[in-house]
Design a protein around this ligand. Structure first.
Ligand code: MN
Length: 415
C-alpha cells in the first residue's frame, strides 16, 4: 500500500483580525496557529513517513503575500524535500494571480526545481515513484476561462454561458487523461474545484469571482481509486459508497466564524490499485465561539451577559459576544466588566444590537429589505472603528434618540 497525506486550503496569512501580535516573535498569533497546524501535517508525513503528500490548493489568501508568509509555507514544505517525500502542490483559485496572466504563487517551486515537487497548474497526469511503488496523480487545478478557452470564444458571453462552456471543454479533456492512464497503477485525481453536491463553507465568500460547480459524474469514475479535492473548507466525502471516495479534507485552521462548528484536519490514506483506506485526522485547531443572546427582556442584562460568558468554554478561543438589547438598558452595561470576563479568550469582539420596537411598528416601510436602516449603517461603521469602541453604546443610544425624533416628525407629516 502507498501511504498518502492529503491536505488542503492552508490559507496562510488569513484571519489576522482574530489574532494579535505576539511580542516574542513579532508575528500575528493567527499566523502562528496556521503554521502550527501545517507543521503537524508535515510532521506526520515526515515521521511515518508518507510516500507522497498531496496539497489540494489555496496556500495563501492571495498571490501578494508578504515574503515572511511565503517563507513560512516554504519552510514547512521544504521538510518534505529534505525527508525525500514527494509532494504535489495544486494551484487553487487563491493561488492564481487575479488577472490570470501573472502566474501563480506555487510555480516558484518548479522554477527552483525542488526535488520531488510537482506543481499542478494544469490538467496533466504525473507518475510519482515512491518507496512503495508508482502512484499516478491527475492534477486538475482551479479552472478559469483562460485555462480551456480563448478570448474570442468567450467574447460577449454571460458568465453562466462561459461556465457551461468550460465544463463542456473539461469533459473531453479529462476523458483524454483517463484513457491515457496506466490501468495497473493506483490512481488519484487531485482537483481544486467546487463539486455539485458540496456544502458550502467560508470559501463561498472568499472567492473573488463566483465560481461554478463541476458535475459529480465527471469525478465518479472507476479509474480513480481516490479523488482528492481542495477548495471547500468543510471536510466531507461526496461519495459515501467510496467507489471512489471523493474527499475534501477541508481547511487546516478556521479562517472565520463560518467554520466555527467544523472539525479541522487532513486525510491519511493507504492506497493500492482498486483499494483505498482513508481516515480523517483532526487537528487541534483554535476554537471559535459565538455567544449569542437576547437580553432585551432581562431585568439585569449585565448579569445575564456575565453568566453566559461564565458558562462558556472561552479559554483560548476566538470569541464573539452578540447580544440584543434595548436602548434604555444600555446604561446598565459595563463594557469594562465584560472585557475582563472575556480576558481568557484568545481574542474577542463584543457586538450589541440595539433592538427597537418603534421603527418596526410605526415605520414598517423602513423595515428590512427596503434599505439599510441608519442604525444598522451606524453600527457597521462603528464596528470598523476600533478607536471608538468605548463610545459605541453612547453613540448608539444618541442615534437611537435622534431616530425616534425623526420618526415622530414623519408620522406627524403623514397625518
Ligand atoms: Mn479555493
Amino acid at each position: 500500500m502507498i501511504k498518502v497525506l492529503h491536505l488542503s486550503d492552508v490559507h496562510l496569512g488569513s484571519g489576522f483580525a482574530h489574532g494579535h501580535t505576539n511580542p516574542a516573535t513579532g508575528l500575528n498569533t493567527r499566523l502562528e496557529d496556521f503554521i502550527a497546524s501545517l507543521r503537524r501535517c508535515i510532521d506526520r508525513a515526515c515521521q511515518e513517513p508518507a510516500d507522497a503528500v498531496l496539497f489540494g490548493g489555496d496556500a495563501f489568501p492571495d498571490t501578494t503575500q508578504a515574503p515572511y508568509i511565503q517563507e513560512a509555507f516554504a519552510r514547512e514544505f521544504r521538510r518534505l524535500a529534505d525527508a525525500g517525500v514527494p509532494a504535489v502542490l495544486l494551484v487553487g483559485n487563491h493561488d492564481q494571480h487575479s488577472q490570470g496572466t501573472g502566474g501563480d504563487s506555487l510555480c516558484i517551486y518548479r522554477t527552483l526545481a525542488v526535488p520531488g515537487f510537482i506543481v499542478g497548474d494544469r490538467l496533466a497526469t504525473h507518475v510519482i515513484p515512491t518507496a512503495n511503488g508508482d502512484l499516478q496523480v491527475v492534477t486538475l487545478p482551479w479552472l478559469t476561462r483562460s485555462t480551456l478557452l480563448t478570448r474570442p470564444e468567450t467574447e460577449g458571453l454571460s458568465l453562466e454561458a462561459i461556465h457551461h462552456l468550460i465544463i463542456q471543454r473539461l469533459a473531453p479533456a479529462l476523458e483524454g487523461e483517463i484513457r491515457n492512464l496506466d490501468p495497473h497503477l493506483p490512481t488519484i485525481l487531485l482537483g481544486h474545484l467546487m463539486a455539485d453536491r458540496a456544502s458550502f463553507g467560508a470559501e463561498k465568500g472568499l472567492a473573488v469571482g463566483r465560481g461554478f460547480s463541476i458535475p459529480l459524474s465527471l469525478l465518479l469514475r472507476p479509474e480513480f481509486d481516490y479523488v482528492a479535492l481542495g477548495h471547500v473548507h468543510k471536510h466531507q466525502n461526496l461519495n459515501p459508497a467510496n467507489n471512489p471516495p471523493i474527499v475534501y479534507p477541508g481547511s487546516i485552521e478556521r479562517v472565520d466564524f463560518s467554520e466555527e462548528k467544523e472539525a479541522k484536519g487532513y486525510v491519511w490514506l493507504e492506497i493500492a490499485k482498486g483499494r483505498v483506506d482513508w481516515q480523517f485526522c483532526p487537528l487541534p485547531a483554535r476554537p471559535f465561539l459565538t455567544l449569542e443572546l437576547d437580553v432585551s427582556e432581562e431585568e439585569n442584562p449585565q448579569t445575564a451577559l456575565l453568566a453566559a460568558i461564565g458558562q462558556a468554554q472561552i479559554d483560548g478561543a476566538v470569541a464573539r459576544l452578540l447580544y440584543k438589547i434595548r436602548s434604555e438598558q444600555l446604561e446598565q452595561i459595563d463594557n469594562r466588566q465584560l472585557q475582563a470576563a472575556l480576558k481568557p479568550c484568545h481574542s474577542y469582539t463584543i457586538r450589541p444590537e440595539v433592538v427597537s420596537q418603534f421603527t418596526r411598528s410605526r415605520l414598517p416601510e423602513l423595515g428590512a429589505g427596503h434599505s439599510l436602516d441608519p442604525l444598522a449603517a451606524l453600527k457597521a461603521y462603528l464596528e470598523n472603528r476600533k478607536d471608538l469602541k468605548d463610545l459605541v453604546p453612547d453613540m448608539l443610544e444618541a442615534a437611537e434618540r435622534l431616530l425616534q425624533g425623526e420618526g415622530e416628525t414623519l408620522w406627524l407629516e403623514e397625518l
